[in-house]
Design a protein around this ligand. Structure first.
Ligand SMILES: Nc1ncnc2c1ncn2[C@@H]1O[C@H](COP(=O)(O)OP(=O)(O)OP(=O)(O)O)[C@@H](O)[C@H]1O
Ligand SMILES: [Mg+2]
Length: 263
């Protein structure tokens, strides 16, 4: 079981695309996956609903309900992916402290690089406060498969200088990823007559999954800093709503059961 967060303070860096692609790649291996969607536009949740219930999603995730959703669902899924699109610094800090891995998608632009540095600074603060390590890495996204652009080299140098680690497998720019989103399906359900290089897109995701797995396994010293607080008294409760492949689980449905800390 792994909790993986996708974060970058900069909009449009590829968080939702990476979250959905990772979820789809895990689902393809018959792993039960849940996406926790922090984006107010619920793009990942909409895609999951269109994809026919192969992947569950809960929208409306915020700092006040994230821990509760993780507690309730942890025992029911092999992997939980948190799309931190549009999340506040507080939510990024909380999610980072509860995740087994934080991936920071960066496209070849200095603005994305700066948004990534902001996330790494938040994680640094969490680590200093808790004296625990958070596994974290940049995930290059929308990379041109043929050339390394000058701006990408600039971003790589900038992140390198700050000692920020980076996965060696990028998410390549592929129309298959856009089409998968648009059509609400998995990569291998796309029509090869209409979408090119589906096999290359699938190979890209397989390689990414393999690296993510080793990245988590290789760094066993790292422990999600807030996991003890959040999961200390583990309660495997049933899913919040009866499983229905075509239903969008709304975070609001949990609201009445959230207990507020006592003063
Ligand atoms: N690897 C890729 N190949 C092709 N298109 C991509 C790829 N990655 C991202 N895109 C496109 O880039 C745009 C932004 O990506 P996405 O929505 O995933 O970013 P985001 O970080 O979630 O944005 P936001 O901060 O607004 O939530 C989308 O139109 C998406 O289809
Ligand atoms: Mg998004």
């Amino acid at each position: 079981m792994a909790i993986i967060s996708l974060a970058n303070a900069k909009g449009g860096s590829g968080k939702t695309t990476a979250a959905v692609l990772l979820a789809a790649a895990y689902a393809r291996k018959d792993k039960r996956v849940l996406v926790l969607d922090c984006d107010r536009f619920s793009s990942a949740t909409d895609w999951c609903a269109k994809a026919g219930g192969k992947i569950d999603a809960i929208s409306g995730i915020s700092a006040s309900n994230l821990a509760e959703h993780l507690r309730r669902n942890r025992g029911h899924y092999k992997h939980i992916i948190i799309d931190l699109s549009g999340a506040s610094d507080m939510l990024i800090a909380l999610a980072s402290g509860l995740s087994d891995l934080v991936l920071v998608p960066v496209q070849g632009s200095v603005l994305d690089g700066q948004g990534a540095v902001h996330v790494f600074n938040i994680i640094e603060m969490v680590m200093q406060n808790t004296r625990c390590r958070v596994r974290r890495a940049v995930l290059l996204s929308r990379v041109n498969p043929l050339v390394t652009t000058r701006s990408l080299r600039k971003v790589q140098a900038m992140l390198d200088e700050k000692g920020i680690s980076m996965l060696s497998t990028p998410i390549v720019e592929r129309s298959a990823y856009r089409d998968m989103f648009e059509k609400g399906c998995l990569l291998d359900e796309l029509d090869p007559a209409k979408t090119s290089n589906i096999d290359k897109a699938i190979a890209n995701m397989t390689a990414l999954l393999r690296e993510v797995k080793t990245f988590i396994a290789d760094d066993e010293d790292a422990q999600a800093p807030y996991s003890g607080i959040c999961f200390g008294e583990e309660r495997a409760e049933p899913l919040p709503v009866k499983r229905d492949p075509f239903r969008r689980y709304a975070a609001a449905s949990l609201a009445p059961s959230l207990s507020m800390p006592r003063a």
